[in-house]
Design a protein. Structure first.
Length: 482
């Protein structure tokens, strides 16, 4: 039978926490997810005894704690460990670990005795920690391990870990989970308070979702998956934005996209426009021009000056184009190998890009029907469930371009879109570009290959040595080279 370590009931605090319920068992690892950082901070302050709740009851080891004693008991039994270390850089590691232990008499410790004890403890738990390194030079991961060991020595039975996934490497996180697994064998419980995306289904026992200041779900990890939890946490936002997505291109405003007077280290006062439902082909005669203009539109190189006009909105280009944030999509060369997830299904890949526009949309099954309806006649029904790695080159091309078809960008930049060696894939890419044109999406094709330039219809533009030139200048240069 599970032994209850901690239980909190109906915790309330101001307008933030409205009804928090939490039960922690001995040796249990819980992943706790919040939808609001202020709620998380307030809850952790209460759980560690730093702040008092306005209302609620707390039980430790199945015994109710009087309100006047709650903060004292929680401070003794609960440890909070985050990237902001509570260790003291000006003293040694062993002094940090043993200074406040109950059995220590006086203000400071006997360094030699405790250094030996620390070394034995690290060896017992398989930790590789340099005993000589000064505290100020230790990494976040080293300090986290030391703080965990300190909590263990102090007899703290519940360890809260938060804000670590963003500062620890994957290898360090694996080692941390292995340490928590060993500690759970000693009866310690752990509460991991991190974003949903960082949940570890292997080691976690229970997932608690706290939303709008209330505990809205407590799930055994074996009875849920990421999709279920994501839906619980973000359902309100998904339903709120559903109608925006359904409206599709009906509410898209503006006449297209124009680049005005862009200057980089190489480009000189480059200006061009792509209207809605238009295909424009930009032919770069020299390699440097090609690299500079594609780098700028991909957000990889900086602009010194210029303006980017998207629809009716104008913005000064301070440094780089913001890509999807500016509603500009990019498809380059053989796009399937670069932009799709080969182990996911075609439907998953179609929905992932859309979820950047409407959070969580791809998680709700009913919207898959809308995608199928929108792409009717373009993608075969048997393709949606298959993994991308099992699709033909032509089907991969359809998936790549259909992602942008349902996303409806203000501009789709296609960089050498017909570079794919497979003839059928090239034909499919051209077919899809014409489909985007039909759906009123501006398409800019950038190439340095004359064969590609003539492979599909569209208005032609030319660039040489970092500046726009006329068709006559381009032809004169090309023919003189021949």
């Amino acid at each position: 039978m599970k032994r209850e370590r901690l239980r909190i009931e109906n915790i309330r605090k101001g307008n933030l926490l409205k009804r928090i319920e939490l039960q922690v068992f001995e040796g249990e690892i819980i992943h706790c997810v919040f939808d609001n950082i202020q709620e998380k901070t307030s809850f952790l302050d209460i759980l560690t005894g730093s702040q008092k709740a306005d209302y609620g009851r707390v039980y430790y080891e199945e015994k109710g704690i009087p309100e006047k004693d709650t903060a004292r008991v929680l401070k003794r039994r609960v440890a909070l460990i985050s990237r902001e270390s509570r260790l003291i850089d000006s003293v040694s590691m062993e002094e940090n670990m043993f200074l406040v232990r109950p059995q220590v008499k006086g203000h400071w410790v006997k360094r030699r005795n405790y250094r030996k004890e620390a070394a034995e403890l690290f060896e017992e738990f398989g930790l590789e920690i340099d005993m000589e390194k000064p505290m100020a030079r230790r990494s976040v991961f080293e300090k986290v391990q030391i703080e965990i060991m300190k909590a263990y020595l102090l007899g703290q039975k519940i360890i809260i870990l938060t804000a670590l996934s963003i500062c620890l490497s994957d290898a360090e996180m694996r080692k941390l989970w292995q340490l928590l697994e060993k500690l759970r064998g000693r009866g310690l419980s752990c509460l991991v308070v991190e974003p949903l995306e960082d949940i570890n289904f292997i080691y976690t026992d229970t997932v608690v979702v706290i939303k709008h200041g209330r505990t809205c779900a407590v799930k055994d990890v074996g009875d849920c998956d990421y999709t279920t939890l994501h839906t619980i946490l973000y359902r309100d936002e998904m339903e709120k934005n559903a109608e925006d997505w359904k409206r599709g291109t009906k509410e898209m405003s503006g006449e297209g996209v124009s680049v005005q007077d862009i200057c980089t280290g190489y480009l000189r006062h480059v200006s061009f426009s792509v209207d809605r439902g238009e295909i424009v082909k930009l032919f770069c005669i020299d390699e440097r021009s090609y690299d500079e203009v594609t780098g700028f539109l991909k957000g990889e190189s900086e602009a010194v000056s210029g303006r980017l006009c998207i629809g009716s909105a104008q913005k000064a280009v301070g440094k780089v184009v913001a890509g999807v944030k500016d509603r500009i999509g990019v498809v380059q060369g053989n796009p399937g190998t670069a932009s799709l997830f080969e182990e996911l299904s075609a439907m998953d890949n179609l929905q992932i890009l859309l979820s950047q526009k409407v959070s969580g949309m791809w998680m709700i099954p009913k919207y898959r029907k809308s995608i199928r309806k929108l792409l009717g006649g373009i993608i075969s029904d048997d393709v949606y469930a298959r993994k991308v790695k099992d699709l033909s080159p032509a089907d991969v091309q359809r998936i790549v371009y259909c992602r942008w078809l349902i996303y409806s960008p203000q501009l789709l930049v296609c960089i050498q879109p017909f570079a794919e060696g497979d003839i059928q894939a090239r034909e499919t890419a051209r077919e899809m570009i014409y489909m985007l044109e039909k759906r009123n999406i501006p398409v800019l094709i950038i190439t340095s290959n004359t064969a590609e330039l003539n492979y599909c219809r569209g208005r032609e533009l030319y660039m040489r040595h970092g500046r726009m030139i006329s068709k006559e200048e381009a032809y004169e240069f090309l023919y003189s080279e021949l």
